[in-house]
Write a protein that binds this ligand. Sequence first.
Ligand code: KG4
Ligand code: ZN
Length: 336
Amino acid sequence: MNDDPVIILAIESSCDDTAASVISDGRILSNIVASQAIHAKYGGIVPEVASRMHQENINVVIEAALREAGIGLSQLNAIACTAGPGLLGSLTVGLSFAKAMALSLDIPFISVNHMRAHVLSHFIDDPKPSFPFLCLTVSGGHTQIVLVKSFNDMTILGQTLDDAAGEAFDKSGKILGLAYPAGPEINRLAALGKPVYSFPIPQIDGLDFSFSGLKTAILYFIRDEVKKDPDFIKKHLRDICASIQHTIVEILTRKILAAAKKYGIKEIGIAGGVAANSGLRSRLKELAAENKWNLYFPAMQYCTDNAGMIAIAGYYQYLTGEFSELDTAPFVRGME
Ligand code: KG4
Ligand code: ZN
């Protein structure tokens, strides 16, 4: 029997972050992310620019991940990489690199689903949720409630019909003149204000979400108030941010509460960049106390897009021999 550790290099390039991580027997040895600040000046991600930046960054990021882990190419047992969902041009950069590495090193290639990896980020550090658990994945590109029965058995119970939760923060911030991505700044200002303005909570059937109505409601509200007082935003920014955050948190938490009740599950995990939001965290903690949930938040570096989560997903796929062909194509959406 071979006692050598299983060592995997993981690559993530689905959106605007170029990331690489090395994992040894399920333990993360390095987790490197190069973020693309360039998109801030456009007020959102420009796909063509993102893929060019991935091309510039990918070599350096992978070298840094291997160096920090103290791992040489000959020690790698597999290469894992995000195949989707994401931006096609961005995905293609990481995927081509990963496949070429696997081919030249003659080791397996493992194609990882980005959304499943967000869920599995809960298995990087302790405490880990036990199966079955519900995962609320909330980021700039995604809003999903997933029923997780095992490492490879996941069912989407609900998802957004339009904007993602992070997008709702970012687009609201844009209306207020805040820089992209506005989520962290709205969070900071919200903590200094009170949710005195009320915006409608959409009545969507089942466990799906919708955020586009909120964006429109904010747009009209601000337009009307600014007509009456041109300094309205400046004078009331903290309360406006608190009100926006309160509404987004209500939309999210009402659905996760409904899902937990419907499925009788008390193990609840939160993943994705919006998991950083302090309003969401404190409301979830209240609900956890009321409903006797066990709440799980991965460390922040594993919530925002990262390759550590691709590494842990790749590791479990390696253990079950879930390898992929070298003609695996990138894909824009889906959980498979
Ligand atoms: O997971 P992530 O880094 O990338 C995507 O896959 O999108 O998430 C980025 C999103 C952005 O929309 C950003 O505004 C939001 O997460 N975000 C936050 C906070 N930190 C990041 N939203 C609200 N409050 C925060 N503290
Ligand atoms: Zn993501």
